[in-house]
Design a protein around this ligand. Structure first.
Ligand code: GDP
Length: 219
């Protein structure tokens, strides 16, 4: 888990603006304030990465960072996906965002890990469930148009954040709720979904995240 360099590549608002697929990629998604920047910075060991604007106008930007670019056998794109669940966006903007997200997962074939961050204090909220439904349709091909065939090279990982605020443990109710949603959306029919517990404050879960980042070069 050695990070030698990290550089900002681009903020893309469409698939066409995303960088050439030269390296495998890992994406982080989650509601605003879930602790995404803090977690990414903790994982990468940088202080000021992933600072993105939180204004609604910028909600569609996919922020690309390149890690270890001088060593292609170890290089990967880290993609900071815009927050889901902005209270202020319109229904139309949400639909547009869903479309871009679906397009992203379907077409970026080097996307190998999607980390979905959920605050351990609240558990999955409406926007998280919506995201999981979109993902299920996409991966299970409920809607033929969306199917990412051969998606077995993609890992979907749920990351519970801020567990230090709960004394390092997560309430069983939060886990069983998650399990229920995974069951209901059908995601579990696709593959097992790991649930990691993390804290940017105490660095809990850093190694668990890296286990998935290391998979990026195992294909
Ligand atoms: P983002 O909007 O998802 O990027 O969230 P931030 O990383 O900016 O964090 C949102 C707020 O949660 C900030 O006040 C952080 O200090 C706090 N926060 C983030 N991660 C943790 C954590 O692991 N533990 C605690 N106690 N607070 C956190």
């Amino acid at each position: 888990s050695a990070v030698r360099q990290v550089s900002f590549v681009t903020s893309a608002v469409s698939i066409e603006k995303m960088p050439e697929e030269r390296f495998p990629e890992a994406a982080f998604i989650g509601r605003s304030n879930v602790g995404k920047s803090s977690l990414v910075n903790m994982v990468i060991g940088r202080k000021a990465l992933a600072k993105t604007s939180k204004t609604p106008g910028k909600t569609r930007q996919f922020n690309y960072y390149l890690v270890n670019e001088r060593d292609p056998s170890d290089a990967f794109y880290l993609v900071d996906l815009p927050g889901v669940g902005y209270a202020r966006v319109s229904k139309e903007q949400r639909i547009e965002w869903d479309r871009l997200f679906v397009d992203y997962v379907r077409r970026r074939r080097k996307l190998r890990v999607l980390f979905h961050l959920i605050d351990c204090q609240t558990g999955a909220l409406e926007e998280d469930v919506r995201l999981m439904n979109v993902l299920a349709e996409l991966l299970l091909g409920k809607n033929g148009r969306w199917n990412r065939s051969g998606a077995d090279d993609l890992h979907y990982v749920i990351v519970l954040t801020k567990i230090d605020r709960r004394g390092g443990t997560v309430s069983p109710a939060i886990f069983s709720h998650l399990e229920q949603i995974l069951e209901e959306t059908g995601l579990l029919r696709w593959r097992e979904v790991p649930v990691l517990t993390t804290s940017a404050q105490t660095k809990t879960g850093r190694e668990a995240i890296w286990q998935y980042l290391r998979l990026l070069h195992k294909h």
